[in-house]
Ligand binder design. Structure first.
Ligand code: MTE
Ligand code: MO
Length: 349
């Protein structure tokens, strides 16, 4: 496939929210200029040269570690597919409040950084720690609550101590671009994007549940205001997209490649099926990419079409834990985790 130059698709200006232009999916790794942007606040002011990451709270020796010192710690590189929990919100019926993301609030990059665990161990994390809080440098107001907030989230201590939870310094081999969290951001593989806090300033170990608004107001699944079965958004559900052709495309008779990608935070996608008859019969697509932990896999299907007409195309991904995409989206008030099978229509002349 050729590398096309296509810009991001804006969903809001301030804060800046933009989709990856999925139709230009041509490499497994998303180039930085196309990687989706998801922000709750205006961008923070770039930190001064004396920026240091602080680790405090229930630790034996609180630390403040400089950018240079972080670079000197042993680092690992991981490919990670990151999807915003609000991806595909636009497809919920009835519609839900918030940015109307279509299918491009998802991207894939190589992240290089220091396992958070290393730093928590240096600081001497205490045994009674239950959660670890991450504070970003971006601040602003919320529509639903008075006051100023910074973007802050917590992780259960087990996830914070997972060897692949990173304090990332580089994206695709270069220092993280400013809009993606320079100088350092958290990377939480397999979880929806809200967990991967950008522009880190402070990490705090605590022995209680963190209740900040980005933890307990947002990123919670509930089906009505009085729903008592609330649960936090964590692992990405199995999901897929068709990159080409685009919905409502007009095509010529002949041979076409249908392409797309699929991912799951619960495991590795090992099956993508395609249907041209509204799900009556399914065929297996061919893989472009190999199985790789935390990574989406591009796929393709060679389509020979000789009859003019209207065609519907849908794909369905399944992961190695047996999770598969549902026919109906699991509607929830905030419009998160939409992984329903999506059908496009194309016209052949
Ligand atoms: N500090 C900070 N971190 C943040 C956010 C934010 O608004 N502020 N947005 C989160 C959400 S909801 C997502 S989906 C990802 C998006 O990361 P990206 O903009 O690099 O694509 O960052 C997460 N980390
Ligand atoms: Mo998000």
């Amino acid at each position: 496939m050729d590398l096309y130059y296509a810009g991001r698709i804006p969903r809001s200006i301030i804060p800046e929210n933009q989709e990856f232009p999925m139709l230009s999916l041509s490499s497994r790794i998303t180039p930085e200029f196309q990687y989706y942007l998801r922000n709750h606040f205006p961008y923070p002011v770039l930190p001064s040269n004396d920026w240091a990451l602080k680790i405090e709270g229930l630790v034996h020796k609180p630390i403040s570690i400089s950018y240079q010192a972080l670079f000197q710690c042993p680092q690992i590189t991981l490919p990670v597919t990151m999807e915003c929990a609000g991806n595909k919100r636009a497809y919920f019926q009835p519609k839900t409040k918030g940015d109307q993301w279509e299918q491009g609030a998802v991207s894939h990059a190589l992240w290089t950084g220091v396992p958070l665990r290393t730093l928590l161990q240096i600081a001497g994390i205490m045994p009674d720690v239950k959660e670890v809080i991450f504070e970003g440098m971006d601040t602003g107001e919320r529509a639903d609550l008075p006051g100023m907030f910074s973007f802050a989230r917590s992780l259960p201590v087990e996830k914070a101590m997972h060897p692949d939870t990173l304090i990332a310094l580089c994206m695709n081999g270069k220092p993280i671009p400013y809009k993606h969290g320079y100088p350092a951001r958290l990377i939480v593989p397999n979880w929806y994007g809200m967990a991967s806090v950008k522009w880190l300033s402070r990490i705090v170990a605590v022995d209680h549940a963190f209740l900040g608004p980005f933890q307990s107001n947002d990123y919670v699944i509930y089906r009505s205001e009085t729903d008592s079965q609330r649960r936090p958004v964590t692992l990405m559900k199995v999901n897929s997209v068709i990159a080409q052709p685009t919905d409502q495309a007009i095509m010529r008779r002949g041979r076409h490649f249908i392409t797309g990608t699929a991912w799951s935070g619960h495991g590795i996608v090992n099956k993508v099926q395609i249907s041209f008859d509204d799900g009556e019969t399914w065929d297996h697509v061919l893989w472009i990419d190999s199985e790789e932990k935390y990574s989406w896999r591009r796929w393709r299907w060679e389509w020979e079409v000789s009859e003019p007409g209207t065609y519907s195309i849908r794909v369905k991904a399944t992961d190695d834990k047996g999770n598969t995409q549902p026919l109906q989206a699991d509607w929830n008030v905030k419009g998160y985790e939409n992984n329903a099978i999506f059908q496009i229509q194309v016209y052949v002349d």
